[in-house]
Design a binder for this molecule. Structure first.
Ligand code: 4AD
Ligand code: MG
Length: 458
């Protein structure tokens, strides 16, 4: 019976006649036997196997280089070596797949930049392997969080005809021939002849459809891929990323912030509990101080300030920012990071933003200048959550849609929600990769997703 390396390493007793399989990290030859370090991806640590040169299959050892795949049968025995309870004493050895000396992941340090050039192999490194294990655990923790609270997991379309954020950062989905599209009378591409009979795009957010489902199921969440043709080449923007979007009926901005903060805290705790080995690795090799910061976040309540208070704090800071601070402008990354890293030194939720800086669907506050929006900012990353209470009043919503230049007819399905049993409701989007950056200390979004898509790179 094959057991995984992670199970072997925590075994409570010696075991005989078991099978292990994996990829060779290193091999060291001694007199009469070899040490072979095996990793099978189940955990960060390797299992050390001792392969006697007289064993069946041992004659292939000369061909066993870093990266080769091997299968061994043998016994799990107490290890005399420091730092490991168990080692594996092989009774048979099999070289499954050779790797020659050109294998790029030889035992030495590799820069993240180099590793990005070999995305098909880099998951075999300690660093990306650990990130992908954390990613898997946190994805399940997201579901646990919402399922425990009675939210329904819904699937909103990936292909859509609407632009939720109104920023025009859409990837077009078309089957028209780009070189010779069918044309309308004015000579432009004729979208009526396109696959869906109209223009369609990859979704920038499942929110609008999510709202329709929340007005039926009460509390819902989505967790899926999201696409933005946003030409920002930063360490925090990807063209394809995963977003978690809850939507809650009978909920206001305060309730929305409560859930967002509880989710972020829940995920940090889950990572501390379920990925202790990986986080210790990141703390040691990627971001010193990570563990201490995460423990604080797991325990301490987050700060909350209104946008107006945040602007006052920034103005009073005496800092000279690259982008000047001015009421009415969106906060820039440098402003967000000053608030969370320098001023509050903890995650902070900023709420009630000027309406000019935000999309059409946010609920207008009584001051007629701000909307019930919120962003959750964390040290090292900045914004990881963006959300709002939605405008549930039909007249206000239609006025805002007109102001934003939306075609009311095309969004009649959305305004129907306000015609038939409208309710106060709210939701937010948590960027999954940004959450992973926060939890691993990775500084670049390209290193928390297996196949990053960014401008110029697919
Ligand atoms: O603030 P955003 O644009 O909000 C929305 O899309 C709302 N419709 C969400 C909602 O209320 N249901 O995006 C939400 C979050 C951001 O805070 C950020 O974490 C992440 O999505 N995000 C990105 N992550 C990686 N790359 C990008 N290009 C991102 N754009 C947004
Ligand atoms: Mg945002």
């Amino acid at each position: 019976m094959r057991i995984k390396v992670n199970q072997a390493l925590v075994s409570e007793k010696a075991q005989t006649g078991i099978e292990v399989a994996g990829w060779v990290r290193t091999k060291r030859d001694a007199k009469g036997f070899s040490f072979v370090e095996i990793n099978d991806g189940s955990c960060l640590k390797n299992l050390q196997a001792i392969v006697d040169h007289t064993l069946p299959g041992a004659e292939t050892l000369a061909d066993v280089l870093t990266g080769a795949s091997v299968r061994l049968v043998g016994d799990l025995v107490p290890s005399p070596a420091k730092g490991q309870a168990w080692e594996f004493k092989a009774t048979t050895f099999e070289l499954v797949g050779k790797a020659d000396a050109t294998y790029p992941l030889q035992k030495k340090g590799h820069t993240p930049e180099f590793l990005r050039t070999i995305p098909h192999l880099r998951a075999r490194t300690n660093r990306l392997g650990s990130t992908l294990r954390v990613r898997s655990k946190l994805a399940m923790a997201v579901h646990r969080f919402f399922q425990e609270r009675g939210f329904a997991y819904v699937h909103t379309p990936v292909i859509t005809a609407s632009d939720c954020e109104g920023a025009g950062e859409l990837f077009r989905v078309t089957t028209l021939d780009p070189l010779a599209p069918e044309r309308d009378a004015s000579g432009k591409a004729d979208w009526a002849k396109d696959f869906f009979g109209r223009q369609s795009f990859l979704t920038v957010s499942g929110q609008l459809e999510g709202e329709t489902l929340a007005s039926a199921l009460g509390d819902i969440y989505t967790f899926g891929p999201t696409f933005r043709a946003e030409n920002s080449n930063t360490s925090r923007h990807a063209s394809e990323f995963w977003m978690i979007e809850p939507e809650m009926s009978f909920c206001d901005l305060k309730g929305d912030m409560d859930v967002a903060e509880a989710l972020v805290q829940y995920l940090v705790r889950a990572a501390l509990e379920e990925c202790a080995e990986e986080l210790a690795f990141f703390d040691a090799y990627v971001d010193k101080g990570l563990l201490e910061r995460l423990r604080l976040v797991a325990e301490k309540p987050f700060a909350r300030v209104s946008y107006t208070e945040a602007v006052d704090i920034l103005l009073a800071s005496g800092r000279s920012f690259e982008f000047p601070v001015k009421w009415g402008e969106n906060l820039q990354a440098e402003h967000e990071r000053f608030l969370t890293e320098t001023h509050f030194k903890c995650p902070v939720t900023v709420y009630n933003y000027p309406k000019t800086a935000k999309p059409f669907y946010m609920r207008q506050n009584d001051d007629s200048k701000t909307v019930a929006a919120m962003d959750l900012l964390v040290p090292g990353v900045g914004e990881i959550v963006g959300g709002s209470q939605r405008e549930e009043r039909l007249d206000r919503l239609e006025a805002a849609m007109s102001e934003h230049g939306l075609d009311l007819q095309a969004y009649a399905w959305y305004t129907d929600l306000r015609r038939f049993g409208t309710v106060p409701h709210a939701g937010f989007g948590l960027g999954f990769e940004r959450m992973l950056m926060f939890v691993t200390g990775e500084g670049n979004i390209r290193d928390v997703i297996a196949y990053p898509r960014t401008p110029g790179h697919a």
